[in-house]
Write a protein that binds this ligand. Sequence first.
Ligand SMILES: [Zn+2]
Length: 433
Amino acid sequence: MARTIFTNGRVFDGSEVRSGGTTVVVEDRRIVSVGKTDAKTTKADRVVDLGGRTLMPGMVQCHFHSGFGPDAGNASPYLGLNMPPAYLGMVAAKNAQLAIDVGVTSMIGSSNGDLLDVSLKEAILLGLTRGPRVVPCTREMVTSGDAADGDNRAWFMGVQNHGLIRRVDGVESIRQAVREEVGRGCEVVKLSISNGHGSMPIPDWNYFTKEEVEVAVDTAHNLGALVRAHCPSRSGILMAARAGVDLIDHADMIDEEGIEAVLAADATVVPSCLWSERFMTFAQSWDYANGPFPINDGFPRPQWQTAERLAQIQREYEYTASMLPRLVEAGVRCVLGDDYGFAMMPHGDYASEMAVYVKHGIEPIEVMRWATRNGAQAMGRHGTELGRIEAGLLADLVVVEGDPTVDVSVLHDPANVKLVLKDGAVQKDLLAS
Ligand SMILES: [Zn+2]
C-alpha cells in the first residue's frame, strides 16, 4: 500500500506544536501514525522531508459564500449575484480553487442562491473542479422587511427562486423552507436573525421571533442539518444560543451573558472581523464632502453613511475587538470565515483575517486552533475526523513554509503553501521534483 511519510519538520497537530522529530505516516485516506520513530520505508512510499517546514491540519473556512465575487475592488454592490446561475457556478469553482490552494480543505457555506453550494460539493466530488469539502448552505432566510429582503431595495438578492434571499415569515413558512432546502441537499440552514455588522450600526432588536428561531433549529436538527445565524445584536445572540443555533455569525455585541449562553449551548462563534476592519479603514479615508459613500454606489440608500453613523459603527467595532481575548479566556469556540467576495474582500485572502485577530491580542497559535481543530468541531458530524493530526483521522494535511503558529502571515502567500492533501489525495504540490 503506497504511503506518504512526513519527516524532519515541525508538526502543529491542531492544538499544539509537537516536539522535534515527529514522523507522520499517511496511508490511503488516513493518518496511520504520528510518532517519534522513523517509519520503515519501501520504494513505493513517498517520503516528504519537511526540511524544517510546518505540517498542519487542513484549514476550515466557516463562513464561505461560494458565489460571491469575483473580486471587484471596493465597488461590488451586486456581490456578483446579478449574473446568471451558470456564471455564478464558475465563480464558485474559481473560489473553491483559490481556497484549496491556500490550504483550506473544508468549508461551511453561509448562504447562496441557485443551490450553488450543493452543486459545488458535487462538482468537487466528481473531480470537475478542485476544492475543499463543502458543507452546503441554504439561501439566506430572512423575514419580510429584513435589510436584505429581496423586495426591499436589493432586488438582485431575491429574484424568484434564484437570488440569495428566501423570505420566511411565521413557523409554518420557516418549517417548509428548511425542509425544502435541506431536501435539496443543503446541510446548514442560514437565518438572518438581526441587523447590522461591519458597515452598519447594530440595533438591539431582531427580525426573527424566538418561536421562529426554535422551529428552524428543531426542523433542521431533525433532518441532520446545522443552523447558523447572522446575529450581531446582543439579544439576537442570546435568542440564537438558547434556541440551539450551532454557528453564531458575527456576534458583534456579545457580552458576559451571551458568552454564558454560547458556552451552555456549545455553539460556535464566527467573529468575522476582517470585513469590519477593512470597512473602518476605508471609511476613515473617505472624504465626505465629495459626495455619497462609494460602496453600493448606484443604489438609493436613504440613510446611507453619515459621520454620526460611522462613529457608532466605529464604537461598536472597538467593543467587538475588545471582547475577542475574553472569548478565548472564557473557552468559547471561535472559528475563521468572513464575507469574502464582498467589496474589498477577495476570496483567497483568508490569512488577512487571521492577522486581524493577532492584532487584537489573540496568540497566533490560538488563531491556528480556530483555523483547524475548532473549524472541524464546528462542522458537527462532518468534521469529527478532521482538524487534527492524529492516528486514525482523515489525511487533510498542509505543508507550509515557515511557522504559522508564530507568524500567521506566512499563510498569506500561496507560494508558501507547498503541499495540500485532502482525504489523502494530493490537491496541490509544489514539492514534487
Ligand atoms: Zn455572510
